[in-house]
Design a protein around this ligand. Sequence first.
Ligand SMILES: Nc1ncnc2c1ncn2[C@@H]1O[C@H](COP(=O)(O)OP(=O)(O)OP(=O)(O)O)[C@@H](O)[C@H]1O
Ligand code: SF4
Ligand SMILES: [Mg+2]
Length: 368
Amino acid sequence: MTASGETAAAGEVALRVSDLTKHFPMGGWGRSRTVLRAVDGVSLDISQGETVGLVGESGSGKTTVGRTLIRLYEPTSGRIEFEGRDITRASGARLRRDVRRRMSMVFQNPSTSLNPYLRLGSALAEPLVVQRMGDAAWRRDRVAQMLELVGLDAAMASRYPQELSGGQRQRVGIARALITDPSLIIADEPTASLDVSVQAQIVNLLERLQRELGLTYLFITHDLALIGHISHRVAVMYLGRLVELSPTDQLFAEPLHPYSAVLASTRGTPEHRIIPAGEIPSPIDPPSGCVFRTRCPIARQRCAAEAPPLHQAGPGRFVACHFPGELGLSAAAHSARPQPADITFASSTTAQPQPVAAAPGPPHREKG
Ligand SMILES: Nc1ncnc2c1ncn2[C@@H]1O[C@H](COP(=O)(O)OP(=O)(O)OP(=O)(O)O)[C@@H](O)[C@H]1O
Ligand code: SF4
Ligand SMILES: [Mg+2]
């Protein structure tokens, strides 16, 4: 059983993603052809009106998932259903009508997504022109309405992006994303480039818009405090795979996947922080079996031989691990503090994982 088709939220499914992969060719021919597995077999449902937070280390494939869902990238394989339609290979008028009109992306840096030579009114009206929605007068009214909806003065339509603050520019980015009346917003680090005080305003705005317009969000961020605040459920990615999908409170209180435990532990006190060894391996040459095994504190022989499928491990909880819940936060908090000699991590993608006898060894924790 996979996460797809088994969402925790009771509402109607807005987006259904089944076994989605996105591989980038990196050159070579025949046997020497190399591919980068940016997204590898991701399955996920999102219910209408739900916010799913997508987290994971840099390079884990979060943005690629977002860009593939909205069909800025062609999926390598798998299936994407949105609002009951298969949009995996939609093109032309169907892509415009079924995908681009009803699904939008908010980007990290609004400055780069707004043309500096275009007045805001024209930039905002652009998606309406592409979608052939309304005449010029209707589009002008719609632009004014959207500016006000995001807390800006309608007169700003005559301004240029560089005349605005970062927070105002992100409000314009959100207005532009909403102008065609989408139901799903993919927000990719929408607050990362903003001052802390402005970040809170943008988050409040997104929450208000969700309530007023019934929006569904896929919210990509590194900010775990923000994820804890805004998301109903959290999807954790590692090296292109979805390794856990759980309701937010449960993911942070009782993580099932060791990598989720790593993330959840960063919200606790420094002495209980779990730090995995080394760096994320290359998605061009991922480890055999479980892709987290080269850094996992509880890896054992089976982890190198068998890739753990994402499976249901409780009501609304999905995990890709042979030993879910073994590296729990409470175990980390109550076990003896490890000495450096106790810590046994494999260090490269080719290294064999350390077998663990009866009980998993203590996790590596940051020195307090
Ligand atoms: N257009 C592309 N061509 C080739 N490789 C790509 C392309 N886009 C992304 N990648 C690679 O795919 C992997 C996933 O990248 P992605 O940007 O999706 O990660 P991310 O989780 O969003 O990272 P970050 O948190 O840094 O934004 C990385 O190894 C990246 O180098
Ligand atoms: S216990 Fe094994 S399967 Fe689970 S995350 Fe660690 S290496 Fe992967
Ligand atoms: Mg990204």
